[in-house]
Design a protein around this ligand. Sequence first.
Ligand SMILES: [Zn+2]
Length: 295
Amino acid sequence: MRKKGLEIMAGILLLMLLVAGCGQSTKKASGIQVVSSLDFYGEAAQAVLGNQGHVTSIINSPSLDPHSYEATTNDAKLVAKADVVIQNGLGYDSWLNKVVKSAQPDDQTVLTVSQLMKQSNGANEHLWYDLKTMPTLTKRLVTEFSKRDPKHKATYQQNGAVYLKKLASLDAQLQQLKAQAKGKQVAVSEPVFDYALAEMGYKVANQHFAKAIEDGTDPSPKDITTMRDLIKTHQIAFLVINKQEESPIIKQMHELADKEGVPVVRVTETLPAKKTYLTWMQQQFDAVRKAQDSK
Ligand SMILES: [Zn+2]
């Protein structure tokens, strides 16, 4: 009897622990809920939020192609419960916009990065390569989270300041590259890195070719001849290649550049595994530095 009583007591205790555990896990899920289409925007949100909420990024692996992604029912559920949604805009992540429109709660804030950056349709959609984008988004998130949760305003401001300080180191790196770029021409496989190139002061010499690749069409024979000439006659400082999209024609150009001793800078469209926005950008800027130094 006594033993039985103990067993029951133990059972009750276990139940209490389970309930307490559940209570804690729902507590963890409280706070500000953020859904971001792209992981680097989600990173900025988490940096500002700290422990005061949770961020889910839908494109969270280099194997997912943001251009062709389709939202799942799970994504839709997350978006319906989100306090803040972050999307890139300019048609880049229209799959998210569709979900937002179909189930938007009254108090949900949708932050569209292209609007924050005052870019309108037709602009280059790879906005995160503009070094002003992440700081602009970060500041906007500090304002947004502070408005929703004024009690933690000081925390959000402090977290935001720490993250902005980290991002600022990229500006110094960019200025060094700019000093060496001297307005030279470069060629690109597609326009993914163009904002960064423009900030460095480089001019893209093969825009028509790059546009065709971006649109998934074949570059014209004239585009190809022009590009070959740019490489062969060393009219470009380097060739930028999106290593996630090496089609046969890009591979040919890459090989030609290697043969001619034209440096190749390899970049990616999406955040590589085990990288942060900062370390990702630093790595790519280092690659530009190497290309500059090889001359
Ligand atoms: Zn792209």
